[in-house]
Design a protein around this ligand. Structure first.
Ligand SMILES: [Zn+2]
Length: 523
């Protein structure tokens, strides 16, 4: 309610069959200094955790639409929910920009009950001159309703010393012209404790109206909140916790010990919760190898039987190779984040294994062009190398454009690389919540890894990139090992925080590692 001079307040809506509701046209919208109190959710209207909510604009200038997208996505940093902006008929959130009709939204999954030809959210006072602070305040607030959040002043924990006479007098007049019942329902009524999940009253919540002391007894008031409060962030994360669908790492040692080697190793992993629309695409990279020097180095990591519910991850050897152990990591690129694209390259696409070539490259065209050259990372997923020379291989991307890039799998000196395979992942360079790069043990002062050595370093993310600890996936992109000892190494990621993480590459026993490189993706 802000102050009396600024009557922009938001009214939360429930479908008619659940509760009598106000016709949207009657509502005067939220804002300036107003907001609900403490974060609370209506227990009936949680979305399933991990849901991707399709959002469609029913109007609005390109500028205003871009601002709504920008601020709506604020929630994605804390809630395991994605807003996907579409132009299709199947959008569950339909955003209108009817001027003067107030800003309002239906709550959570109650959006599903609204006929497809009607808006479910309105912004009634945005235009191309609107300030960012106002976009931030109102968009985050309304999309909070779309996630199921209710006004904090209606939380069971709210205990506001209303000056009811002053409130009635003001809201019964223009521009609101509310009835007493409307005022009771929108301002004074509270949810029953059993009907809401809530925290202690948080006057800094984005869902809290800025309540002027004009409307309370004494000097009680709440501030005008334009960003998520600490409580908002932690609470919504509890309500929609991070996806735990798969741990993202497969190790053959989880199946059998190294001294009981098997050529074929696989394990099924579930997506929890499952994907909704299509199975995700999988990028996979090697993280660990322990292979006998007595035969060629032949190993391949891959995923198959990928469904919406699960996938099977393999690390296999073939012919007379002894694979004591192997490990692989993967990254899912699905409807959960359509920003990512992924694919694979195998040198066998260029020439057969028995015509080995030291340098192999191919132009990759993205299925969908990016607006500008994206970030691309490459992981090694398979190699086939002769046992009689050192094992040297490197994979990388070059000549990256908005349409594609060149992927390379190379060797050097006298190494015979019969084949190599790699996965690649690309995402927009402007993506705010992803960070990637590579590191190499040769960047360390000393040359190479000594036996049983561990090398590594710390990656520091750009300041402020992550508001919470990201997921980090890391795999091998290059290595250089002496062929007179077994090939043994392992890449790990440790101590992940929102500021950075530690990577290590270790080797053990009598292995001689001259160098190894990793590529990482944090998101
Ligand atoms: Zn509201």
């Amino acid at each position: 309610m802000a102050s009396k001079s600024d009557p922009k307040i938001c009214v939360e809506l429930l479908p008619i069959n659940d509760q009598t509701t106000l016709p949207p046209g009657n509502l005067v919208a939220p804002s300036q200094g107003s907001g609900p109190l403490e974060l609370a959710l209506d227990v009936r209207y949680f979305w399933r955790n991990g849901t991707t909510l399709r959002v469609r604009f029913l109007g609005g200038s390109q500028f205003v639409q871009s601002k709504v997208k920008q601020y709506a996505k604020t929630w994605e940093s804390y809630a395991n929910i994605k807003f996907q902006f579409v132009n299709t008929d199947d959008a569950v959130i339909r955003v209108n920009f009817q001027q003067g009709a107030g800003s309002w939204s239906y709550i959570g999954s109650s959006n599903l009950q609204i006929p497809r030809d009607q808006p479910t959210m309105n912004f009634g006072w945005f235009n191309d001159a609107t300030r960012d602070e106002e976009f931030s305040r109102t968009v985050i607030h309304e999309f909070g309703h779309a996630l199921g959040c209710i006004h904090e002043h209606m939380s069971p924990a709210a205990n506001i010393p209303w000056d009811k006479a002053a409130v009635y007098k003001y809201f019964m007049g223009p521009p609101n012209n509310w009835t007493k019942e409307q005022i009771d329902r929108n301002l004074f009524d509270k949810y029953a404790p059993s009907a809401a999940r809530y925290t202690r009253f948080d006057p800094w919540s984005i869902m809290c109206y800025a309540i002027s002391d004009d409307f309370t007894i004494g000097t009680w008031s709440t501030p005008s909140n334009t960003v998520l409060s600490r409580t908002d962030k932690s609470f919504i994360r509890q309500m929609y916790p991070p996806r735990t669908h798969s741990e993202g790492v497969f190790r053959t040692m989880d199946l059998h010990p190294w001294n009981d080697p098997k050529p074929q190793n696989s394990k099924q992993f579930s997506f929890d919760p499952p994907y909704e629309n299509d199975p995700p695409r999988i990028a996979i990279g090697l993280t660990e190898l322990d292979v006998s020097k007595d035969a060629n180095i032949r190993v391949n990591a891959y995923a198959d039987r990928v469904t919406k519910e699960d996938l099977v991850v393999h690390t296999d050897a073939w012919a007379d190779t002894t694979l004591y152990s192997a490990g692989a990591t993967w990254m899912e690129a699905g409807d959960i984040d359509s920003d990512f694209q992924t694919g694979e390259f195998n040198t066998l696409e260029l020439h057969p294994w028995n015509e080995p070539t030291p340098q192999n490259s191919k132009r990759v065209n993205f299925a969908r062009s990016f607006p500008e050259p994206p970030c691309v990372i490459v992981w090694l997923k398979g190699v086939d190398m002769d046992k009689n020379h050192n094992w040297r291989v490197t994979a990388h991307a070059s000549d990256i454009s908005a349409e594609g890039f060149a992927i390379h799998i190379d060797t050097w000196a006298d190494t015979t690389l019969y084949s190599g395979a790699a996965s690649w992942i690309a995402y927009p360079a402007s993506k705010k919540d992803a960070c990637s790069g590579f590191a190499d043990t040769s960047m360390q002062k000393e040359t190479g890894l000594e036996a049983q050595a561990e090398k590594g370093g710390r990656v520091v993310f750009p300041e402020g990139m992550f508001e919470k600890e990201p997921t980090v996936r890391l795999a091998i992109k290059s290595f250089d090992f002496d062929h007179e000892h077994n090939l043994r190494f392992r890449a790990d990621v440790k101590d992940v925080s929102k500021e950075g993480f530690q990577w290590t590459v270790s080797s053990w026993a009598d292995s001689v590692c001259y160098g190894a490189g990793i590529s990482y993706l944090a998101f």
